[in-house]
Design a binder for this molecule. Structure first.
Ligand code: PGA
Length: 258
């Protein structure tokens, strides 16, 4: 049975005190309302990784993710953060290939593959993001775009490494816009990604990889999206900055498991 995941991507939000308060509240909520198949992940900004890790310590079914990593282990890369540093701060996951990294910071598929390899080699699990723009969807190129993103990145991994990955399907047009993909659109793309993985590797692997949806998930639409057969949870931006909304999104996921 696939692991279900609700992950909060805090992006460049919160100060130290605010981050600690949010993490503590979410951990308290997760200690009251949980399900053994659900993993709740918090992805705070780098400076708060270790404090947030400490504040969720001992809460079952919770983990911390970084929002990015550098591909090299160490060295003269002013301002960058390596995978061993992230692990030493207590994180078990790292978001790689978010569309904001791809578009604003010009991260190429080649670079994303290097980051992914570095993460896996050190035992940090990637949450690897793919997604098409509005123009690509409007011109009917969404499947092709996602296939290309997979082909040029994580499809270069071997099967053993691939097992470490969570995939996040995040249509760019749905991120931070309040316009989510419909449940039908999410299901269709998740099924496509799963089939493509099965075709590339094997069906067992396709069936076992968790594929989560991201893009304007809210307490209102979470249940409908999460109840789709091939949707294994969500990567939540805006709604993860608020304890109550994030809690309700977690509850929506749990209600789909009962
Ligand atoms: P959003 O962001 O939920 O605010 O749309 C999702 C994401 O960027 O991961």
């Amino acid at each position: 049975m696939r692991l279900k995941v609700v992950a909060g991507n805090w992006k460049m939000n919160k100060t130290y005190g605010e981050a600690l308060m949010l993490a503590t509240e979410v951990a308290y909520d997760a200690s009251k309302v949980h399900h053994q198949r659900l993993l709740t992940i918090l992805a705070p900004p780098f400076p708060f990784l270790s404090a947030v890790s400490r504040s969720i310590e001992g809460t079952e079914g919770m983990a911390v993710a970084a929002q990015n990593c550098h591909q090299e282990e160490a060295g003269a890369f002013t301002g960058e953060v390596s995978v061993p540093m992230i692990i030493s701060a207590g994180a078990r996951f790292v978001i790689i290939g978010h569309s904001e990294r791809r578009m604003i910071f010009n991260e190429s598929n080649e670079l994303l593959l290097q980051k992914t390899k570095s993460a896996i080699n050190h035992g940090l699990k990637p949450i690897f993001c793919v997604g098409e723009t509005k123009a690509q969807r409007d011109s009917g190129k969404h499947f092709e775009t996602i296939k290309e993103q997979l082909d040029e990145t994580i499809f270069h991994l071997n099967e053993f490494s691939f097992l470490e990955i969570i995939i996040a399907y995040e249509p760019v047009w749905a991120i931070g816009t309040g316009v989510n993909a419909s449940a039908a659109q999410a299901q269709e793309m998740h099924a496509f990604i799963r089939q493509t993985i099965s075709g590339k590797f094997n069906q067992k692997l396709g069936d076992s990889v968790s594929i989560i949806y991201g893009g304007s998930v809210s307490p209102k639409n979470a249940k409908e999206i999460f109840s789709c057969k091939d949707v294994d949870g969500g990567l939540i931006g805006g709604a993860a900055l608020n304890t109550e909304d994030f809690s309700n999104i977690r509850k929506a996921m749990i209600s789909c498991l009962e």
